[in-house]
Write a protein of this length. Structure first.
Length: 174
């Protein structure tokens, strides 16, 4: 039985299946710059930086590096953070509000000093109940996490970055 498990593991490891997002072969590392902030919300760019760094670390099959040492760097700007009206009761008491967050990002190659993907722009909308004093803070965190995933996925779906010859599941071993 043990021999069968070892043989199965060896076969599966050689089939070429892999998970995560891939960079083109010439890019072994990715960095995330702190974004600019054109919104009125102070320090939102730092929170987006943390979310984008986490998504890059968790999802990209490349080493995460400091922007000055990376082969490619994600750069961008938080464009808008807007509060929106929400749901009101029949007595016109507001019980829900929401946030709309928009950011733009590009993938930059510092060696060639060229943008290799993007710019891409993403917007996310998150609602929250007003009966919780921490709901807006948690809603902003959720919005930034969603925005980070959208920006990264959109950037790495660019044909200039993703080597499509590998197929949808990674490099094939033939």
């Amino acid at each position: 039985m043990r021999a069968l498990l070892i043989a199965s593991a060896a076969c599966l490891s050689g089939c070429g299946y892999s998970t995560g997002l891939h960079l083109a072969p010439e890019y072994a590392s990715i960095g995330v710059d702190v974004f600019g902030n054109d919104s009125p919300v102070r320090d939102v760019e730092r929170d987006l930086h943390m979310a984008l760094t986490k998504v890059a670390r968790d999802r990209v099959q490349a080493r995460l590096a400091a922007p000055g040492a990376a082969d490619v760097v994600i750069q961008g700007t938080v464009l808008h953070v807007l509060n929106r009206g929400g749901i009101r009761t029949t007595g016109n008491v507001q019980v829900e509000s929401g946030l709309t967050v928009t950011a733009q990002a590009s993938l930059w190659d510092p060696r060639s000093e060229e943008v290799v993907a993007g710019p891409v722009q993403a917007t996310t909308h998150v609602g929250y109940a007003l009966d919780d004093p921490f709901a807006e803070e948690r809603a902003l965190r959720r919005a930034l996490e969603h925005l980070a995933e959208r920006l990264l996925f959109d950037l790495l779906a660019d044909p200039a970055v993703d080597d499509h010859s590998r197929g949808p599941s990674g490099p094939s071993k033939q």
